[in-house]
Design a protein around this ligand. Structure first.
Ligand code: CAA
Length: 257
C-alpha cells in the first residue's frame, strides 16, 4: 500500500477505495476525511463511474471509529466542526449516483459503522464486529449513527446498540439487516470481483436510475414516489440502453452497454 490515506484503484468505472491507516485500525482522522472528501468530489463529476466499493486496509479492521486521540482535547466548537466535516464527507459517499458497497473486513465501530450505514449495502467478513460504542467514551455517535442506524435496523435495535454500546458479530449484523451478506474474509475479494462483473453487465444509466428512484422515493409519500418511479422508467426509453438491452434479449445475445 502507498502512503496515501485513501487508496484508489479502478477497473472499468468500478472504483475501489481503501482507507489506509491500518496501524490505527483505519480510525477516521481529519486527514483521512479531507482526502476522502476530495476523492469523492472527483468521483461525483464522472459520467463513466459505475460503482464504488469501500473497504479498510489490512485484515483486522474496516474502520474502528473516529480517531479518539484526535478528538480527546477538542472543544465543543471543534467537535462540531469535526462532525460536520465527517457528515459532509459521508453524505457525498451516500449520494454518489452509482451503487456504493461497503466491504467490511473486520472491526466496524463508531464512525466506521456510520460510514458503512451510508453505503447502499454492506457485505461483511465473518470476523467483522459492529457497534456504536461511543457512550463508553462519554459521547454519542456523531457521524450520523443516531439517524441512519434506526432507519436501517429500526429504532428499538438502534437504541439498544447506541445505549448499551454493545458490540455484535457479523451474524447478528446480518440478522438485524445491518449487512446483506456474510462470508469468510478470504472470499471478500472474490465477491468484489463477481460484483464488478455483474455490474458491468447491467445498463449503467438504468443502475443510476434505480438508485435514484429508491433514494429519492424513500423521502416521499408512496404515491409521489411511485410517480417518480414512472418518470424514471419512462426516461429509460429515451436513451440507447433500453433499445440495446431489449434487442439483445430478443436477438439472444449479450447486451453491449
Ligand atoms: N481511534 C484512534 N486510535 C484507534 C482507534 C480509534 N477509534 N481504534 C483503534 N485505535 C488504535 C489503538 O489506539 C492502537 O494504537 P497503538 O498501537 O498505537 O496503541 C491500534 O489502533 C490497535 O488497536 P488496539 O491495540 O486497541 O487493538 P485491539 O485488537 O486490542 O482492540 C478494538 C481493537 C476493540 C477495535 C479497540 O482498538 C477499540 O476499542 N477501538 C476503539 C473503538 C471505538 O470506541 N470506536 C468509536 C470511536 S468514537 C466515534 O467513532 C465517534 C463518532 O461517532 C464520531
Amino acid at each position: 500500500m502507498s502512503e496515501s490515506p485513501i487508496e484508489v484503484v479502478e477497473n472499468a468505472g468500478i472504483v475501489r477505495l481503501t482507507i489506509n491507516r491500518p496501524k490505527a485500525l483505519n480510525a477516521l482522522n481529519s486527514e483521512i476525511l479531507t482526502e476522502l472528501e476530495s476523492v469523492l468530489a472527483d468521483l461525483e463529476r464522472r459520467d463513466d463511474l459505475r460503482a464504488v466499493l469501500i473497504t479498510g486496509d489490512g485484515e483486522k479492521a474496516f474502520v474502528a471509529g473516529a480517531d479518539i486521540a484526535e478528538m480527546r482535547d477538542k472543544t465543543p466548537e471543534q467537535a462540531r466542526a469535526f462532525a460536520r466535516q465527517a457528515l459532509r464527507t459521508i453524505k457525498r459517499l451516500e449520494t454518489l449516483p452509482v451503487p456504493v458497497v461497503a466491504l467490511v473486513n473486520g472491526f466496524c465501530l463508531g464512525g466506521g459503522c456510520e460510514l458503512a450505514l451510508a453505503c447502499d449495502w454492506a457485505v461483511a467478513s465473518d470476523n467483522a464486529i459492529f457497534g456504536q460504542p461511543e457512550v463508553g467514551l462519554g459521547v454519542i455517535p456523531g457521524f450520523g449513527g443516531t439517524q441512519r442506524l434506526p432507519r436501517r435496523v429500526g429504532p428499538a435495535m438502534a437504541i439498544d446498540l447506541c445505549i448499551t454500546g454493545r458490540k455484535i458479530d457479523a451474524q447478528e449484523a446480518l440478522r438485524i439487516g445491518l449487512v446483506n451478506r456474510v462470508m469468510p474474509q478470504a472470499e471478500l475479494e472474490a465477491y468484489a470481483e463477481e460484483l464488478t462483473k455483474q455490474l458491468s453487465g447491467n445498463g449503467p444509466e438504468a443502475v443510476r436510475s434505480a438508485k435514484q428512484a429508491i433514494h429519492d422515493g424513500m423521502d416521499q409519500d408512496l404515491d409521489s414516489a411511485l410517480a417518480l418511479e414512472t418518470s424514471l422508467f419512462a426516461l429509460c426509453f429515451a436513451g440507447e440502453e433500453q433499445s440495446e438491452g431489449m434487442s439483445a434479449f430478443v436477438e439472444k445475445r449479450k447486451p453491449n452497454f
